[in-house]
Design a protein around this ligand. Sequence first.
Ligand code: 2NL
Length: 334
Amino acid sequence: MATTSNPLESELQTLQQQAQEAIATVPNLEELEQLRINYLGKKGQLSQILRGMGKLSAEERPRIGSLANEVKEALQASLDQQKASLQTAQIQAKLAAETLDVTMPGVSRPLGRLHPLNSTIDRVLDIFVGLGYTVATGPHLETDYYNFEALNIPPDHPARDMQDTFFLADGRLLRTHTSPVQIRYMESHEPPIRIVAPGRVYRRDTVDATHSAVFHQVEILAVDKGLTFTDLKGTIKEFLRQMFGEELPVKFRASYFPFTEPSAEVDVQWQGKWLEVMGCGMVDPNVLKAVGYDPEVYTGFAAGLGIERFAMVLHKIDDIRRLYNSDMRFLSQF
Ligand code: 2NL
């Protein structure tokens, strides 16, 4: 049978050629899908050509039919292949765009540190904990009894003048020292006791380079059978040796506190000067009685120090207010 050229045949061939070219150069998946609809869709170009098959003779119909099928399969194969390669390209582009540059400098967050007052408190506590003391804390808002009366400071005692503070209308007050913590601890514990009480305290003071209405204290208290002034001296000398990092000349000067008898101020010679660093004494029998301890059986010693004063001496700080200003240029030096 002779093969006669048929217009449908060349139309199919042209269609295939054009379609292959278009598919090969399509830039993205969306346009590729448009091409598929355009060529192979229900109303696409191939369908339109096939509509003309009704006019073909019975001999020609199978030949054109199978040619149409070949074109359809070829185009479908090209579409599939191009789809796969565009998808791969899309993934590659996405991966390239999301590449992590490990050589890029990071966002730096400045490291925080302890405030010099807190690091000084921590050093003091560490030393006393090393000597067998237990840390105790208590309320800042106190009653007159715990802040004054139990400490042998009756209502009209002149020592109240130096410890004027802030009062609430109901008579409660902001504690002027951490001693109330020790009173509370003694009320709830039997001797022997060894405690160290750190914390914030308050006084009605006019602020200047060496005074603040809010400051920090650490007090120690030991009560046991047979404790003497020698135990107090040895404890304080060992504390100061660890605090200043070497054995310094230490002087105990007679002094007065309502809650100790005898009482002393402690001076250390440091960098050529005598510095007053703490106060101390043997616990007054009246204080022991107030918490229900028998002063004929037990004796005790106590000491107190101002943290600001210690920090200022250790770090050569000239003005107490620098400790409260939150100026990082100052604080980051410690
Ligand atoms: C100072 C002096 C001192 C005490 C605090 C105390 C506490 C109790 C009983 C007896 Cl419960 N004493 N504390 C004793 C002597 C001195 O502090 O110059 N502080 C900054």
